[in-house]
Design a protein around this ligand. Sequence first.
Ligand SMILES: Cc1ncc(COP(=O)(O)O)c(C=O)c1O
Length: 394
Amino acid sequence: MNERLNLLQPYPFERLRALTAGVTPTGALEQINLTIGEPRHPAPMLVREALVGALDGLSSYPPTAGAPALREACTAWLGRRYGLEGLDPARHVLPVNGTREALFAFAQMVVDPLRGGVVVSPNPFYQIYEGAALLAGAQPHFVAQRADDGFRCRWRDVPEETWSQTRLIYVCSPGNPTGVVIDLEEWRQLFDLADRHGFTIASDECYSEIYFDDARPPIGVLEAAQRLGRGFERLMMFTSLSKRSNVPGMRSGFVAGDPGLIDRFLLYRTYHGSAMSPTFQAASIAAWSDEAHVVENRQLYREKFDAVLDALGEALTVDRPDAGFYLWAAVPGGDDQAFCVDLLRQYNVLVLPGSLLARDQPGGNPGAGFVRIALVDSVSRCVEAAVRIRQFTA
Ligand SMILES: Cc1ncc(COP(=O)(O)O)c(C=O)c1O
């Protein structure tokens, strides 16, 4: 048995279940669960239709590289969305079955298990980064995101010695759970570090299409590299249709970046066995080729954030995020786990304790004292939850 499996931590939702196992909500209020980041807006009709129209695809084994038409659709989207020029669909882009599996697999490819090394991750973070690092034979190193830095990673706190052993860094922009977007200056800093120490950057951008100001979409890693005249060496972006197009069940995304990494990743994935079904490839082409449903989706989130923040009033210390669909809110009293348990017991609303999304580190657990509220349900149910939270904290 692979002993490293014993290093894996229970997933936050498992820990939440354990935390709330003995809690019985008082009263007759219906439960509102705002813990899971699963989009609940309807899947677009054009995607459903493309899916049904491509059922013949179920009869063939797909190549791991994906159909040229899908890679072309992804590349065209990168051009429209980020102004990226000169990308070759055959060399710069590779379809994946959602970013989760790709983020995990990427560490298995980048880290040489015989040499080990360090994988740097934000803290709080998407737990796949840690599991991927541990199973690849690396040591995770966490970089805190705290309120006094506007929830930006304190890269300057990472010791030189750690950077010198770093093989891979995960960044998440827009961030889960903080909603913070990495700006051009921070990208410049990250590129400098990566070039000085020779590590690879995995940029998780699965929330990139949910933002508030149409004139200012979040910048991505490849766009930043192009704007800074850097090239794509040791850079890989991960993106997905799950949140952009409300199809988390389709398991469809793609990676883009350094052609050398794409080439190795394709080799790795051929053995890993993670090709996308031709039926879902056809639906993905339809989704990446249409922007109208994405604009509409963004508008729905915008209305929801306006209404929820209004309903919450001063109940929690929280700002509208730069992007994404989470509120990252400081709770009164500072005990996030007790807050969640008591809120569930008294008002039957479930939110996720921030401490379950982060690891202890010097200076304390950076998620402690915060809760993550996923605004994925309907406007009325999210507002109802906000009203109950306000009553709870009154
Ligand atoms: C930060 C982050 N990255 C990646 C994923 C995985 O998304 P998917 O595999 O659906 O693309 C999620 C899902 O919630 C996430 O929150």
